[in-house]
Write a protein that binds this ligand. Sequence first.
Ligand code: DTP
Length: 655
Amino acid sequence: MANNLDDSQAELDSVEAELEMVELQISELLEKQTKLNSRKNKLLQNLEGACSSAQSSGSSKPPKPSFSKQDLEHYEESDFSWSKEVQAKLCSVFQLSNFRPLQRAAINLSMSGKDLFLVMPTGRGKSLCYQLPALCSKGFTLVIAPLVSLMEDQLMYLKSVDVPAVTLNASSTKEDSKRVLAGMIDKNSPFKLLYVTPEKIAKSKLLMSKLDKAYNMGLLARIAVDEVHCCSQWGHDFRPGEILFHPDCVKIVSHYKLLGILKRQFPKVPLVGLTATATSNVLKDCQKILCVQEPITLTAPFNRPNLYYEVRFKDNEDCTDQIAQLIRERYKNQSGIVYVFSQKDAAAVATDLQKKNILAQPYHANMEPSDKSLVHQRWSSKKIQVVVATVAFGMGIDKADVRFVIHHTISKSIENYYQESGRAGRDDGSADCIVFFGFADIFRISTMVVMENTGQQKLQNMVAYCQNVDRCRRAMMAIHFDEVWNDDECNQMCDVCRHGNDYITMDITKHARDVVTIVEMASSMDEKLTPLKVCDAWLGKGPAKHRKTITVTSLSRLEVESVIIYLLLHGYFSEDFSFTPYTTHFYLKLGRKAALLKNDNHSITMKMKRRVMSHATVKKVSESAGEKSSAKVEGKRPADSDNKKSVAKKVKTLP
Ligand SMILES: Nc1ncnc2c1ncn2[C@H]1C[C@H](O)[C@@H](COP(=O)(O)OP(=O)(O)OP(=O)(O)O)O1
């Protein structure tokens, strides 16, 4: 009887364990199903037309595109009553011969009096879409921009092309303000563009009353809201480089929220909201906040065909030597930016580059404004070659001939990376965007974004972008931004498409079990391990007491790091933060999928770049694949052969 009970108990335990596993698998599959369904719906929506009207917020009806492809084609034409003037001023004032994608449509829509949201990648020429209509309309255009420095750059540029433009901001003198306020109600319109901060709209009754008068006189031609995503509660996630890290971030965002007054007071004035990256949810929020009834949303293709995207692994934590070599050899006499993680890094990397005879200077938020603008000016006029900057170097940077943007440390999200790298090649000439991907950097950034709602998820997406070895980098960004993507469009302008066949697919199940056991054992002893400690322990370098119980790996450090990152990205590990008054620590703990490794049938494969793998591993993998007839190899064909044809799939077991 006792035996029977024991057997039953044992079987019950085993059934329960198996059930737990099945539940995990079901929840995984359900998660995948939700993601695929949402992607499918998005693709179907996108296929219906490149543009669609932003739907009114909270509507439960399925989105009905009220702006069709045919409508777009209509607005791309050049037979409107204003077309000749627009074309003439494009050439004579702005010295440009052609429009870039969607610029003409945006201008025609705005000239037709429509409200518009224009989502266009950084550097593609959003400003022209309100500056040119301003020149071709009676009265003046009111431009809301978040930062005074940004306005000043615009005013400098407009002055250089003889476009009369003024600003009203906290640092305007009394005289200037008086002149501007009078000009607003002057029928001869002494200026065509008036730049103000959102704060000015929120606080200056005088400005609002002059706007009211100008409106009644028919002189308020248009309202342009730059960085319109700042209106939304989620929007500031999208350009943290500029707004979130700006000391006045909270103020800026709170003033944007009050801009609804403009459409309420001046309902007949067309509004154009401009942004580089905003999801449809953010735009819906902006629409509501700005009180715009039925805006048309134009989304320009996010692809920048002239940019070459590449990820390099940091084989030690300092990659400055490699960066210096690149700058000296590949980018001789060419301008570029090196983005770093912290102000300290900006100073240190700039000094290191200077020691290697590269004209580099640091730029970060904590510098005196005059020093910042000096660095900016020197760089713009090619007196220095490189700015080593934190994300504070962003908004208002409009240098056309930036030939390289190198990330010494990964960005904290793909949105950020897209913005930062997008500062390269604004002149449409080819330019390189290279990220150095380092293991320890992931955790430095992770602790920095710990208080942000979606900080960890966004960082994981960025890490997945960097760890990816088989998918076109542009395709990854396209999926991230919900864009329909055709692989041909990359044109070998990313490292994956250019150097195909550079990875091996390996079975890492045994390694995963070993390293998960290390973390499990530590936790059973009430010990927390940082990722670096886990690496050390697994490589047999940890404290002696651990070594007895640990299966030391034969993998190289880079391989070990890659496996740990993979396990973190795929839920076998997860983050465990601990906070002190001065700092935040990152530890690894078991993720919800770790339990799956107890199941003998569970296996994990990962794709690893050949260059990351040690010679020993590649050799052993090749030998084991040769021995086992069932072994599989997955490799990508070199991009110059037909890289879209599927190839035989084989998986090698990592020794
Ligand atoms: N049709 C065009 N042809 C050639 N160059 C153009 C055209 N339109 C704009 N440009 C140039 C002018 C600027 O040097 C550069 C970037 O324009 P700009 O309006 O500042 O970009 P943007 O506002 O989209 O960028 P950001 O998001 O960084 O503010 O592109």
